[in-house]
Design a protein around this ligand. Structure first.
Ligand SMILES: Cc1cc2nc3c(=O)[nH]c(=O)nc-3n(C[C@H](O)[C@H](O)[C@H](O)COP(=O)(O)OP(=O)(O)OC[C@H]3O[C@@H](n4cnc5c(N)ncnc54)[C@H](O)[C@@H]3O)c2cc1C
Ligand SMILES: NC(=O)c1ccc[n+]([C@@H]2O[C@H](COP(=O)([O-])OP(=O)(O)OC[C@H]3O[C@@H](n4cnc5c(N)ncnc54)[C@H](O)[C@@H]3O)[C@@H](O)[C@H]2O)c1
Length: 455
């Protein structure tokens, strides 16, 4: 029977990073991955990287314009380019792990007991493997609501399967207005598809600063993306060459004909087939692996990292989870989920929306006295160069301390700019430091001078 000091289940961001570090530290380590099409994990194969490659191609295509046929041709090329990119990264990730001395074992892992897992190989054979420590890094899987007609419908896609569609849909209906729904809406609109987004809630982007959500909504409307708020899908039927989506809104029921329907209704922690209970690993009521602030599970020799641990679903959170675990195994053990600082994020719309910290409403609810700085994107020279005048920049500052409480940027390059605000918040820098800093010109970041001077 094979034995390893460390067994990582799932080739995710946290797992592969930790495996490399443990192997470099002289310990034996194996990664168990159920699919050879997933070496390197979700992000590089079916999520962040391919979507951003398509998003980039879509923006270039929109700038070129032309007929639907010309756009459809460019779309097919973009999908092929994305495939080449992901397969190159998959191979690189595999070589990197193996080169670091990590054994990569293909198969589906299930706990047998507290020290053993069974790996079921693609040919159906099984292997029992013993581990000293285990790290669960099995990610998340799409949640598909049980709507009539959805199962087995050839026009219904998840984010993963839609990315493999070579034919540009004339009309795409998206169920769900979360991160995936909005990103796909934005880039398919740029590719030249008519897009309708079905939103169950009344409010658009309900977790975001209301003014920022309004700015994004306005830009969607200007781009011709149709949003149906307060809407519920009652069925998705398959026609001859299209789907028919029945949607109930305040106005009544309407039937939408679409070449493709994307279900983007959330992703849940993935423990399918893992049998964590056999190893004494408990779950939260929402089905995530239960962990403490050092990502230890209810078994002292087992940790969980990334989406499966039930936190925010971002690749960089999985990466940071690996830092927390590594700090216990190879460092001073000080890093926890509570001291890693503010968590920024970017939604890759056109332009991107990025945020870190509190919204204006949240700051007021906390009873704080606040100062609010705002600047329209059109006031930034670089936005004019890029022809991206749409958008708004907004920063919330504590009136007493001068510390930045939140930054909300809906503008070109916001995904790069937001890092500065995260750093300033974590380092307790007063807003005046960013206000008076020298920025290169012409850049979007230099807008921070004018934005914060407005306080
Ligand atoms: C469309 C889309 C776009 C996204 N865009 C972004 C973005 O721009 N930026 C960002 O930060 N995040 C983005 N995310 C989220 C990000 O992809 C995830 O948060 C991240 O990939 C989670 O990584 P992980 O380490 O938890 O595990 P994953 O990378 O999900 O890896 C889990 C692995 O475990 C394997 N596995 C599962 N069960 C078993 C088992 N029993 N045995 C063996 N192997 C198993 C799976 O095959 C998989 O390869 C996006 C997600 C989606 C779906
Ligand atoms: N740029 C990024 O970092 C990025 C991009 C894409 C995805 N992600 C990650 O992937 C995760 C999953 O994304 P997601 O968009 O699937 O989930 P989400 O939780 O962000 O959004 C799901 C949305 O679907 C709605 N919904 C649920 N059931 C519905 C129904 N029956 N009809 C209509 N709407 C319904 C919910 O109200 C919610 O607004 C996100 O949490 C995010 O962390 C990150």
């Amino acid at each position: 029977m094979k034995q390893y000091d460390n067994i990582i289940i799932g080739f995710g961001k946290g797992g592969k990073t930790l495996a490399g570090a443990l192997a470099a530290g002289g310990q034996s380590a194996a990664i168990i991955e159920q699919s050879d099409k997933m070496y390197g994990g979700t992000c590089i194969n079916v999520a962040c990287i391919p979507t951003k490659s398509l998003e980039h191609s879509a923006r270039l295509s929109a700038a070129q314009g032309g007929t639907f046929e010309e756009k459809a041709e460019r779309y097919a090329i973009a999908v092929e380019k994305k495939r080449k990119l992901t397969s190159m990264l998959r191979e690189k990730n595999y070589q990197k792990a193996v080169g670091a001395g990590v054994d990569v074992i293909l198969g589906n892992a299930s706990f047998q007991d507290k020290e053993h897992i069974t790996v079921t190989k693609p040919d159906g054979t099984t292997e029992l493997i013993q581990g000293g420590r285990f790290f669960i890094n099995t990610g998340a899987r799409p949640f598909i609501p049980p709507l009539p007609g959805i199962e087995g419908n050839p026009y219904v896609y998840t984010s993963e399967t839609l990315m493999e569609l070579d034919t540009l849909p004339g009309h795409l209906v998206i169920i769900g207005a979360g991160y995936i729904g909005l990103e796909f809406a934005s880039y398919y609109a740029n590719f030249g598809t008519k897009v309708t987004v079905i939103q169950d809630k009344d409010r658009f982007m309900p977790r975001e600063d209301a003014e920022m959500a309004d700015a994004v909504l306005k830009s969607f409307e200007e781009r011709g993306i149709l949003l149906l708020p307060n809407a519920s899908v009652t069925s998705v039927d398959a026609g001859k060459d299209h789907a028919v989506v029945s949607v109930k809104t305040k106005e009544g029921t309407q039937k939408l004909t679409a070449q493709a329907v994307l279900v983007a209704t959330g992703r849940r922690p993935n423990i399918q087939g893992l049998l964590p209970e056999k190893a004494g690993v408990e779950l939260t009521p929402r089905g995530a692996v239960l962990t403490d602030n050092k990502l230890r599970t209810t078994n002292p020799n087992i940790w969980a990292m990334g989406d499966v641990a039930g936190g925010l679903q971002f690749t960089y959170i999985s990466l940071d989870d690996s830092r927390i675990v590594k700090s216990q195994l190879l460092g001073n053990g000080e890093r926890t989920t509570e001291n890693r600082g503010e968590i920024p994020y970017s939604v890759f719309l056109d332009p991107p929306f990025s945020r870190v910290g509190l919204t204006e409403q949240e700051a007021r609810e906390q009873g704080r006295e606040i100062l609010v700085a705002k600047l329209p994107a059109a006031a930034v020279p670089k936005a004019q160069i890029l022809n991206k005048q749409t958008g708004l920049l907004k920063v919330i500052v504590d009136a007493q301390s001068g510390l930045i409480l939140g930054a909300h940027l809906f503008c070109a390059e916001s995904h790069e700019m937001i890092q500065l605000f995260k750093l300033a918040i974590d380092a307790n820098l007063p807003y005046t430091v960013l206000r008076d800093s020298i920025y290169t010109h012409p850049t979007m970041s230099e807008a921070i001078n004018d934005l914060l001077a407005g306080i």
